[in-house]
Design a protein around this ligand. Structure first.
Ligand SMILES: *[C@@H]1O[C@H](CO)[C@@H](O)[C@H](O)[C@H]1NC(C)=O
Length: 338
């Protein structure tokens, strides 16, 4: 009998130990925008690492749209929809989560942001997923030099202000700055610009010199990169650029040629004066981040997905959506040859 109760006690202890080993993770997801699929892929990634995942999001998301319409795939993830307005109160206990990933916050004085900053939600790390759009690259830097985490930022941008609020708080935090993404469920189709023009045998205006490198990363690699925070536990305050390391080699001209190959057509590339106004989907001057810091400090594998291999999906998606693409600015741009 004593042996049995000792066994029972040991078993209960084991169960208790096991349950407290399951990290609880909250994803505060955005409600829209081209990169909102990160939340979905991050939930998948963390679940596969054994996390107990909850998504908190604005209740006015359009659930008929991607990625929200695919949430049924996230079978073990809990989803909590709340109005993200002045009535917002923190719906969880203090320190209920080991990790928080926030891809929603902007202005730190916003109704949800101010509550999150006061709530002390994460025991281990509060990870803010912002944007490399806050960098201000000094014009003195030579062509194709990448943006590093030490580059100055534009403190007027809301994402930079939220970063600052975290830095001034006592919350253990990590900052990520992301660039262009593609991949499953991504609603921003950067490459339609190229696909439409090549498919319609129209010239493809590319800002001169066309050799600008672009950081285009598969969203699944970004999700994996972000999730590495939970294993590596980098020091609070660490800043990382997000993006592929292994596939960071494509210039604007390469991208046009890759789409051309996917369509079996040769793109008619025309270089234009980068100062003229067009709908080109990336910045006219080169603007790319390198993510070597997360390779060395987070043990990120650098990304396993390649843009080239994903081109057939990009072409297929274009053909299914038939997007309207405005080419009205092209002619003037092409005339502006440098
Ligand atoms: C979420 O992350 C994406 C990718 O970096 C970024 O573009 C977007 O601005 C972020 N959203 C918010 C609301 O911070």
């Amino acid at each position: 009998m004593a042996a049995l109760s000792i066994l029972f006690f040991a078993f209960a202890l084991l169960l208790h130990g096991a349950s407290s080993l399951v990290p609880k993770t909250l994803i505060v997801n955005g409600k829209g925008g081209g990169h909102v699929a990160i939340g979905y892929h991050l939930a998948k990634e963390l679940t596969s690492k054994g996390h107990d995942v909850t998504i908190l999001q604005n209740d006015d998301v359009d659930s008929s749209k991607n990625p929200f319409s695919s949430y049924a795939d996230l079978t073990t993830t809990k989803v909590l929809n709340k109005p993200f307005d002045d009535t917002f109160t923190y719906p969880f206990k203090e320190l209920e989560f080991d990790f928080v990933f926030d891809n929603s916050s902007k202005d730190p004085s916003g109704p949800v942001e101010s509550v999150l900053l006061k709530a002390n939600p994460a025991k281990q790390r509060y990870t803010f997923i912002g944007s490399a759009g806050i960098y201000e690259k000094p014009s003195s830097l030579p062509h194709n030099s990448q943006l590093t985490e030490a580059m100055p930022v534009n403190s007027a941008k809301p994402a930079a202000q939220f970063e600052k609020a975290l830095q001034e708080s006592s919350i253990p935090h990590i900052l990520f700055r992301c660039q262009y993404m593609y991949g499953p469920l991504c609603s921003k189709h950067y490459l339609d610009y190229f696909t439409h023009r090549i498919k319609s045998s129209l010239p493809v205006p590319v800002p001169s010199p066309g050799t600008q490198i672009v950081s285009l990363t598969d969203v699944r690699d970004v999700a994996k990169q972000l999730s590495k925070v939970c294993d590596a536990l980098p020091p609070s305050g660490s800043i990382f650029n997000t993006g592929t390391f292994n596939d960071l080699k494509h210039t604007y001209i390469d991208v046009a040629n890759m789409i051309g190959e996917g369509l079996n057509m040769k793109p008619d590339i025309r270089l234009y004066d980068p100062n003229s106004k067009t709908d080109f989907p990336f910045r006219a001057s080169e603007f790319f981040v390198k993510s070597d810091k997360s390779v060395s400090e987070l043990d990120f594998d650098g990304g396993i997905h390649e843009l080239k291999k994903y081109i057939p999906e990009i072409v297929k998606s274009f053909e299914q959506r038939h997007p309207r693409v405005d080419t009205s600015k092209d002619e003037a741009a092409i005339k502006s040859v440098v």
